[in-house]
Ligand binder design. Structure first.
Ligand code: ADP
Ligand code: ZN
Length: 820
């Protein structure tokens, strides 16, 4: 038989796949999209993905062999591989990096992966000899890496066996931060086996006639299990039974003791949502109906439609109707949101209508949970709708019919680090096309690019200008910060006007949201005497102060240190905190409104999935009066009783040196304002700003998106920015500043010869050194008419020319296509 080969994608920053020989015994089984274990480099092993299977021997002297095949069936479905290839090509990323980003770590065994024993595992069948050896090697209950296990057991290839053990639940991948995968168990209740007819049931009722509580519990059980109705029974959990009957555990135990009820334990998915009774779709109001009809008809003509609807116009209700239609056709839905923040509220809203057809996917899930979702989708076990953040575009969908990109203007859809630096909205549109699906982009403040595409006819456009129940958009009142400082009408960061409005809202038992921009306001430490500012030893940034831990840290590399008692420069005890973060706002609120309950919603308080959910729930239930937040509070959260929104300082939004600064400033202010007055009366926004007459401020006051769009388009045109030009940023890094400068200059020169004035730089990025790597940028502005593929080819050639020069061996070059 002729030899067969497989091209394998490795989870490494490599542009190509590598060819391995398929061992004789696997020649029939290795297929596209399956995982295989392969050696790479001198001693490493990795889990790769099969990209092609063929009979063409590679032109190298010795071809390595595949060590093991991990799957019986592919873990990828059509069109995932072409989608990866599109991302790698468009975003100038390595296919290996795309693989790393796309597949959860739990599906990739690597030499460094560590394995632990599951202590509560009970075997259903005896282990094979190999399994037993590995199991025993782990019985010290310490995590061991695959490498160590290979050494201890003396087996050459242990991965397939480790995988078998994992599948049986005997061992799991251990990670400090991620919960080890263990099936979750639930205690369920059933009636004794010998109770098979009504007569026997009657006997039991007679028996219990003196114990009212037990009888009550039994009746509730019979009702919950539908035993009485005989329309088919239903499983009842102990927890549910106790809750529904209001009984104590003692009453329950008594019935178990009497052998009337039996308990049994059942494995459940940790992703299972408690199934509540489903609610019908909301009836759309007349504006929504018109919008919905227009959306449906435009979707017949166009692949993408932009739904531009003011905040609280009920875009979500329209999505829900679209989802229902898609599900009727038996097709799947991907519902993208820019941040985990949004999944909490949306999960509840969607579950009410779609129940367990909904799956949620985001980075706060443990790796095991992500593997579970991946596998469920792959094996068609549930999930017709996936609600998730950008990485959900990589899930193995069977047949997408609809992709919704909510808050499509959000820059968090763009992945910056690590590569692939993809934009999930744009990638989702490509994915949708590959599935023959339609895409709906939704926003109250669309990205300039999207609105432009809609006006140009590339996308359909539906506009919703009325809020639900025709509540007016909030009134925006500006307060001049400069004047407030001059007249000393300000306490900390709160002008007298804002304090007055907060007082009023609190006395009416209404809630308040305060918005503090994150950017440029990280608190830091400065010496009063000599103006010394502690900086990161590895990066060119000042360290950020965290009051809660009394530590200073680097946001780029994580370097952390205690705050020194004395200034390291002048040795006097004069260090003080500068700048203001939400922590400081919270302190000021406590001083100004000692009786109000305030909480912060920012990256520090929401490290965990639960942390975020708790704050949202507490705010919904009025356990919190004032919510202080960064960008996170702007993103589509829906609270009914917020009457006042305070924007503490619009200045740092407006004066940021970025061509998108004004667009973003408008979007942020309009979005955070949109949290006010959603359910009842018109809300109020107090906007503190050093400049009350700035055009963007005027546009925010007037809720004038179109005005903002027109101004921005003129500027984009004049200064050669998107949507008129495409941008590609080349990121050049080296540990030696001189070598880096030299290489950057050479690349820029070469490119200028070929592309002329489209090439700008080399430039110094805002942070010129990160983790001891010096950084230079070269920016390309390419007119829309030029072929992006041709330009990318030119760039690749120039860069590989420089990189093949011995002097620049360890030069790193990365690309950011369509940088944000
Ligand atoms: P958007 O997504 O446009 O900001 P939402 O869909 O969140 O708006 O709607 C705002 C509020 O109005 C939500 O609380 C929602 O439940 C309610 N709402 C919107 N449309 C309807 C409708 N047709 N029937 C009942 N409630 C609605
Ligand atoms: Zn650092």
């Amino acid at each position: 038989m002729s030899e067969r080969f497989a091209d394998i994608i490795l989870p490494l920053p490599l542009a190509n796949s590598y060819t391995y020989k398929i061992p004789e015994e696997l020649s029939e089984s290795v297929k596209l999209g399956m995982r295989v274990v392969v050696p790479f480099g001198s001693k490493k092993i990795y889990t790769g993905i099969v990209r092609y299977v063929h009979a063409v021997p590679p032109k190298v002297s010795s071809v390595k062999e595949i060590i093991a095949l991990l799957d019986n069936a592919p873990i990828l479905r059509r069109p995932q591989l072409p989608f990866w290839e599109w991302i790698a090509n468009y975003y100038m990323a390595f296919i290996g990096d795309v693989y790393t980003a796309a597949v959860p770590a739990g599906l990739k065994l690597e030499s460094e992966t560590t394995i632990t024993l599951n202590s509560d595992f009970e075997a259903d069948a005896p282990f094979s000899e190999k399994e037993l050896r590995i199991y025993n090697a782990l019985s010290d209950n310490k995590p061991h890496s695959i490498k160590e296990l290979t050494r201890i057991t003396g087996f050459k290839t242990i991965l397939p066996t480790v995988k078998n053990l994992m599948d049986q639940g005997a061992v799991s991948l251990s990670e400090e931060l991620r919960a080890a995968y263990k099936p979750k168990r639930l205690t369920c209740v059933r009636l004794a086996d010998d109770v098979t007819n009504d007569e026997q049931l009657q006997t039991i009722f007679d028996l219990l006639h003196r114990s009212k509580k037990q009888l009550n519990l039994l009746m509730v059980y019979l009702e919950l299990s539908r035993h009485l109705t005989k329309t088919g029974s239903r499983e009842v959990s102990k927890k549910e039974l106790l809750e529904q009957s209001g009984s104590s555990a003692a009453v329950f135990d008594a019935l178990v003791e009497k052998k009337i009820l039996h308990t049994y334990s059942k494995e459940i998915s940790r992703l299972d949502s408690t199934q509540t009774a489903l609610q019908p779709l909301a009836v759309l109001n007349s504006f929504q109906k018109t919008a919905y009809r227009s959306l449906l008809s435009q979707l017949k003509e166009k692949n993408v439609v932009l739904l531009h609807g003011v905040t609280s116009s009920g875009k979500t209700e329209i999505y829900i109707h679209l989802i229902a239609e898609t599900l009727k056709l038996g097709r799947q839905v991907l519902y993208l949101v820019p941040e985990i923040a949004l999944t909490t509220q949306l999960t509840q809203r969607l579950e009410r209508v779609f129940g367990n057809k909904l799956g949620v996917y985001h980075s706060k899930f443990s790796d095991n949970e992500r593997v579970e979702i991946w596998n469920n989708l792959l094996n068609d076990k549930g999930y017709e709708i996936i609600l998730g953040v950008r990485s959900s575009v990589f899930l193995p969908f069977r047949d997408l019919g609809l992709v919704i990109v909510d808050e499509e203007h959000e820059s968090s859809y763009k992945q910056y680090d690590p590569a692939p630096r993809y934009h999930a909205r744009n990638a989702a549109i490509v994915l949708a096309n590959m599935h023959g699906a339609k895409t709906v982009l939704g926003s109250a403040t669309p990205a300039i690019e999207s609105y432009h595409n809609a006006l140009a006819g590339k996308y359909g456009l539906v506009e919703l200008t009325q809020r639900h129940e025709e509540i007016e958009l909030p009134k925006v009142q500006t307060v001049d910060l400069k004047e407030a400082y001059r007249k000393k009408r300000i306490t900390g960061h709160f002008t007298d006007e804002l304090v007055e409005k907060i007082t009023l809202a609190l006395s009416n038992k209404e809630q308040v949201i305060l918005f503090q921009n994150r950017r440029g306001y990280a608190p830091y430490i400065e010496c009063k005497q000599c103006a010394y500012v502690p900086r990161c030893p590895h990066c060119d940034v000042s360290l950020t102060y965290h009051k809660h831990f009394d530590m200073i840290t680097c946001h780029y590399c994580g370097y952390t240190s205690k705050v020194p008692a004395n200034c390291p420069s002048c040795h006097t005890p004069s260090l003080q905190t500068k700048g203001f973060g939400t922590e400081q706002i919270e302190e000021e609120i406590h001083a100004l409104f000692p009786d109000a309950k305030a909480a912060r919603l920012d990256l520090d308080t929401v490290r965990t999935k639960k942390g975020f959910e708790k704050i949202i729930r507490d705010f919904e239930s009025h356990s919190i009066d004032i919510l202080i937040g960064t960008q996170m509070v702007t993103k589509g959260l829906d609270f009914g009783d917020v009457s006042l929104v305070g924007i503490l300082n619009a200045g740092n939004l407006l004066f940021y040196p970025d061509f998108r600064a004004h667009e973003r400033a408008f979007q942020l202010m309009a979005q955070v304002s949109g949290r006010a007055g959603r359910k009842s009366k018109q809300g109020l926004v107090v906007l503190q700003t050093p400049e009350t007459d700035h055009p963007v401020i005027r546009q925010v006051i007037a809720h004038d998106y179109k005005g903002m769009f027109a101004t921005q388009m003129r500027e984009r045109h004049d200064f050669r920015y998107p949507p008129y030009f495409r941008l590609i940023n080349i990121i050049i890094r080296h540990k030696d500043a001189g070598v880096n400068n030299h290489a950057a200059a050479l690349i820029a020169d070469e490119l200028k010869k070929l592309l002329g004035t489209r090439v700008l730089g080399p430039n110094n990025p805002p942070v010129g050194r990160i983790q001891n790597w010096y950084i230079k940028h070269i920016l390309l502005k390419i007119e829309n008419a030029a072929s992006p593929d041709a330009v990318k080819e030119i760039i690749r050639n120039v860069v590989s020319g420089i990189q093949s020069d011995g002097r620049f061996k360890s030069l790193q070059v990365n690309y950011d296509v369509d940088p944000m």
